[in-house]
Design a protein around this ligand. Structure first.
Ligand code: SF4
Length: 241
């Protein structure tokens, strides 16, 4: 993931049209990647409200990540019950915490787990940090990108179902590029300062206009930029993916 990227004319027009339609949202990172990672695991397959409630209950029950790591798994599951799939998420969270502990032990470090993860990510490039997070147990490409983008304001684009669908229809990524592959494609084509607003606006557009079934093409601000609607040619697409 490079620090300076010139977007294609097509991506630039899409970006500006999305900003005109939905504004240019600003990120508010908290620089707490371990909290973000646990929160992202809790958010899988549930609503934001439920996962936030589970997160608050978890840190109220166990004030440090070391206590979460060392607690009986059924007590961790009980604390996050409101987030759903507690019996799957509790061991997954503890696995991540144990893995970080083991890594630090090999380096003979004595930091908190929070400080350890922050430092490990801070000394890596965005792509290296993304790969590092992906190597933790149960952490997929989207979760890794969420932590980097939301919590650390790093230019890693999380590709969820909305971002993936809208991106393919617009021709920003190739028709055969999977959501997992799209993370690396976006790293090559998006100026770093566009990553967060583009992510948020593509999701908004996917929810409000470019639905999975029956997209509202005739009301779409991106109609003239869309491969799916037949308004751009494959030659105008990004060709780097
Ligand atoms: S024109 Fe239709 S398919 Fe294309 S982005 Fe807009 S809603 Fe989606």
């Amino acid at each position: 993931m490079t620090s300076s990227i010139t977007p294609t004319a097509h991506l630039e027009r899409v970006y500006k049209l999305l900003v005109a339609a939905y504004g240019e949202p600003r990120n508010e990172p908290d620089y707490d990647p371990l909290g973000g990672l646990v929160g992202t695991i809790l958010s899988q397959h549930t609503s934001d409200i439920n996962s936030e409630r589970a997160y608050k209950q978890l840190i109220a029950t166990f004030p440090t990540w070391e206590e979460v790591r060392d607690a009986p798994t059924d007590q961790v599951a009980e604390a996050i019950r409101s987030g759903g799939l507690a019996n799957i998420k509790a061991p997954r969270i503890q696995d991540v915490l144990l893995t970080l502990t083991e890594q630090q032990r090999k380096q003979e470090g004595k930091k908190t787990l929070s400080a350890y993860l922050s430092d490990e990510l801070g000394k890596r490039s965005t792509e290296e940090a993304w790969q590092y997070l992906r190597n933790l147990p149960g952490v997929g490409p989207k979760t890794a990108a969420c932590v980097l983008m939301f919590n650390l304001n790093r230019p890693a684009m999380p590709v969820d179902t909305h971002v993936h669908r809208v991106s393919r229809r617009l021709g920003l990524i190739g028709a055969k590029v999977s959501a997992d592959q799209a993370h690396l494609v976006y790293a090559k084509i998006t100026p770093p300062e566009w990553v967060y607003p583009l992510h948020v606006n593509l999701i908004t557009h996917g929810r409000q206009v470019c639905h999975a079934q029956r997209p509202a093409c005739l009301d779409c601000t991106l109609y003239d930029e869309c491969l799916y609607a037949g308004s751009i040619t494959p030659q105008e697409m990004n060709t780097s993916n």
